[in-house]
Write a protein that binds this ligand. Structure first.
Ligand code: SF4
Length: 296
């Protein structure tokens, strides 16, 4: 995990991040766009008080429909030292967050490990959640053993063609399967305390317009591989923005028909550990305001 020859994620740029940028456009200094209490995550993470989200700037995926493109691609955010990052983690606990949720952390794993060491020495004891795209390296995840309690990966695409078209990552489906396997090995079956997840894997899948049949393949794969030993979170909140606004297939919202097809399919397979979304979630109102709050 060398910042001068970065191979943290499957892009394998070998960039010297002290001098140049790789695909993710992150330097060796950590940048954070927002520190907040997030009440709209899965109920076992948000609880009553909210999940203690820390949104990191930049991303190694850069999906053309990204809902957080302001920070993932445009790089909005503020530089923080490792010591300040550790303070941020502890401040989230002081705000009574039910968990510390690291959002898009992949390209900062070495710095996050150092900050977690400091924070844990100073009393951090809430579950640490790793919220990522699913485009990871097994070696990088191995370094997180004993640091992460709950993995919250996306499983975005089942077909290489879709992964190439929307995220320029044709290897995504195979990578995501290996990554989720590794995550399950690291934290195991779900464990709860007072309705808050303490250990486990929650796989998120955002259903895209015209894609519900591909979504069913993902749901089937998860069921056949893990049954109810992981949680599935089926998301309907897709809102066209960024490059998707001019894309022929992505420029509209998801229909209720498409979403219900996938939900019914999961239910018919036998999933009981499955979160679904209800009501009008497909709106820009659910995209956080990345205003640097609580970062400095
Ligand atoms: S973390 Fe960034 S620089 Fe490193 S390999 Fe991935 S995209 Fe490239």
């Amino acid at each position: 995990m060398n910042m001068q020859n970065c191979t943290l994620c499957p892009r394998n740029c070998h960039a010297d991040r002290t001098k140049q940028y790789g695909f993710c456009h992150a330097s060796s200094e950590v940048e954070v766009a927002l520190v907040s209490l997030h009440k709209w995550e899965e109920p076992c993470l948000s609880g009553k008080n909210g999940a203690g989200t820390v949104f990191f700037s930049h991303c190694s995926m850069k999906c053309i429909f990204c809902q957080n493109h302001e920070i993932s691609t445009e790089g909005k955010g503020l530089k923080v030292s490792i010591e300040r990052l550790a303070e941020i983690f502890l401040e989230q606990q002081q705000r009574k967050a039910h968990c510390l949720e690291l959002v898009t952390p992949t390209h900062y794993v070495p710095q996050i490990i150092k900050a977690l060491d400091i924070a844990k020495q100073n009393g951090l004891n809430i579950p640490v959640v790793y919220n990522c795209s699913g485009y990871e390296k097994v070696e990088t995840l191995q370094a997180l053993r004993n640091y992460i309690d709950v993995f919250l990966p996306d499983f975005k695409y089942f077909y290489s063609e879709t992964a190439k078209e929307y995220s320029n990552a044709p290897d995504y489906p195979e990578v995501a399967k290996k990554v989720i396997d590794k995550m399950y090995e690291l934290v195991g079956k779900p464990v709860f305390k007072d309705d808050i997840m303490q250990k486990g894997v929650i796989i998120r899948h955002l259903i895209l317009p015209w894609q519900y049949k591909e979504s069913m393949q993902i749901v089937k794969y998860i069921w056949e591989t893990y049954h109810d030993d992981v949680y599935l979170s089926l998301m309907n909140q897709y809102t066209p923005m960024y490059k998707a606004l001019s894309h022929p297939k992505l420029k509209r919202k998801l229909t209720t028909f498409e979403y219900n097809k996938v939900v019914d399919f999961a239910s018919d397979l036998g999933f009981t550990n499955c979160y679904i979304q209800q009501g009008k979630t497909a709106t820009k109102d659910f995209v956080p305001n990345f205003n640097g709050e609580n970062v400095l």
